[in-house]
Design a protein around this ligand. Structure first.
Ligand code: CAO
Length: 415
């Protein structure tokens, strides 16, 4: 069985999170990802949020599996020559530096194309063209400017960012889609192209249902929101607490043990098709004959009362019991799983979604494996590279440099 992207070589200039998560997916899918890092320093995340002194952080190791690391400074003459050779030998150049950084290294897109007309040049930036195009952007800025923060949080509370890294990892995934499409297009055209994903755009794409709601507001209140029917709506989509955002009402309810366990909750969705089963199991058979309750429309105005009644029942069961009782009744629900529970979940270990990896300096650690499962091209998770671990190997085997050329580059501080 071959890897899906075997034979594809990525010149990976990405750093921090958004770019590296994208190239990590390409590496899992079988591409040869050559991560180029600044000599002596490397990706800043190697040293961020360290749990063990002098050892690559989990931040770095968990975003850079299956890659090779080369140290190279393309700003130094000998480094420029090597960088040019790498552009010649690679199919994709990926980067997420501040706008203009690759140009300032002396490699604008026109020059990159001239060196290798087949190369795909893929970038993550904070914003697309416009007033903010030169800004540096991190995760939460993208969440705030892409519509996630204004629409997330308690209905009476302040804007809230989410723990899911939709700005960084979310954009990385979009970048992967662009790179794969450009690779496929190159099969027909013979030419590479520029791929750019702005973090604001990617977050907005993930928040598209909220732009849907913005337009619905013009035609009346958002009936599935907790604010309906007693609260007021302004002229922008408000925060909706834990309301489902889809056509079927849902909410987070307390389960047995909630007084002491911060994760003793479950999400319950009251989809119309199985409402009768749900009403029966919580002891509200009376709702089935009552026109105040027995249609989705009738229930919309009193979702808070409905979830209070459901909660009276869920508080008598632990969250897994709730899952085990409701799922067979076709009532969609999910326990709130803590990271501890997820890390220990045997089924996630069995599918390779949670993997234990061994690292020469830190020892064993857990990571998230490839969530994209291909039937003929399974992914292995290989530990992240040490800084510059593969410099000589890549310069010799990929670029064909000899010992003298490598020595010269080293003397100049280019590698
Ligand atoms: N050799 C020599 N210099 C190198 C190098 C190498 N191998 N790799 C990078 N550098 C240099 C760059 O050339 C740049 O120098 P100049 O400013 O002189 O051109 C410099 O390192 C730093 O680049 P940066 O400005 O991108 O880094 P920063 O820490 O100031 O900003 C970030 C980080 C993430 C805010 C910025 O890169 C950014 O906005 N990126 C685009 C959006 C993005 O991806 N954000 C996600 C961040 S978290 O995933």
């Amino acid at each position: 069985m071959g890897k899906a992207l075997e034979g594809v070589r990525i010149l990976d200039m990405t750093h921090v999170q958004s770019g590296p998560t994208g190239t990590q997916i390409l590496a899992w899918l079988g591409a040869d990802v050559i991560k180029v890092e600044r000599p002596g320093k490397g990706d800043a995340t190697r040293g961020q949020l360290r749990d063990i002194p002098e050892v690559d952080s989990l931040y770095f190791t968990m975003l850079n599996h299956n890659k090779r690391s080369v140290t190279l400074n393309p700003k130094i003459e000998a480094g420029k020559k090597i960088f040019t050779r790498l552009i010649e030998e690679c199919d994709v150049l990926a980067e997420n530096f501040a706008p203009g950084a690759i140009d300032r290294m002396g490699f604008p897109w026109e020059k990159i194309q001239e060196i290798n007309p087949r190369i795909i040049y893929a970038s993550v930036k904070g914003f697309g063209p416009g007033p903010y195009e030169d800004c540096k952007v991190y995760e939460n800025i993208a969440q705030c400017t892409g519509g996630a923060a204004s629409t997330t949080g308690e209905i009476d509370g302040f804007p809230m960012v989410t723990g899911a890294q939709i700005g960084d990892s979310g954009t990385g995934i979009h970048l992967v889609a662009g790179i794969l499409a450009a690779l496929l297009h190159r099969e027909k055209s013979g030419k590479g192209q520029r791929v750019v994903c702005a973090m604001q755009d990617a977050v907005l794409n993930l928040c598209r249902v909220k732009l849907r709601d913005q337009q619905r507001l013009a035609h009346g209140p958002l009936t599935e929101f907790p604010q309906y029917p007693n609260g007021t709506f302004g002229d922008a989509v408000p925060r909706a607490g834990n309301a489902s955002g889809g056509g079927q009402p849902g909410w987070i309810v307390k389960c047995k043990g909630w007084e002491t366990d911060p994760d003793a909750y479950a999400y319950v969705i009251t989809q119309a098709a199985s409402f009768a089963e749900l009403a029966k199991v919580i002891g509200h058979e009376d709702w089935l004959e009552d026109p105040e309750w027995n249609t989705p429309k009738a229930r919309l105005g009193k979702l808070d009362t409905m979830f209070d009644e459901i909660e009276k029942w869920t508080m008598t069961k632990d969250k897994l019991e709730v899952m085990n009782i409701l799922n067979p009744l076709n009532v969609p629900c999910g326990p709130i799983l803590s990271m501890k529970e997820i890390a220990e979940e045997p089924s996630l270990r069995a599918t390779g979604t949670i993997v234990e990896v061994d690292h020469p300096e830190r020892g064993k650690y857990l990571t998230v494996g490839n969530p994209i499962k291909l039937s003929a091209s399974p992914s292995d998770v290989v530990r992240s590279p040490l800084l510059g671990e593969h410099t000589e190997e890549v310069l010799k085997t990929v670029l064909g440099l000899d010992d003298d050329e490598i020595k010269e580059a080293r003397e100049q501080g280019a590698i």
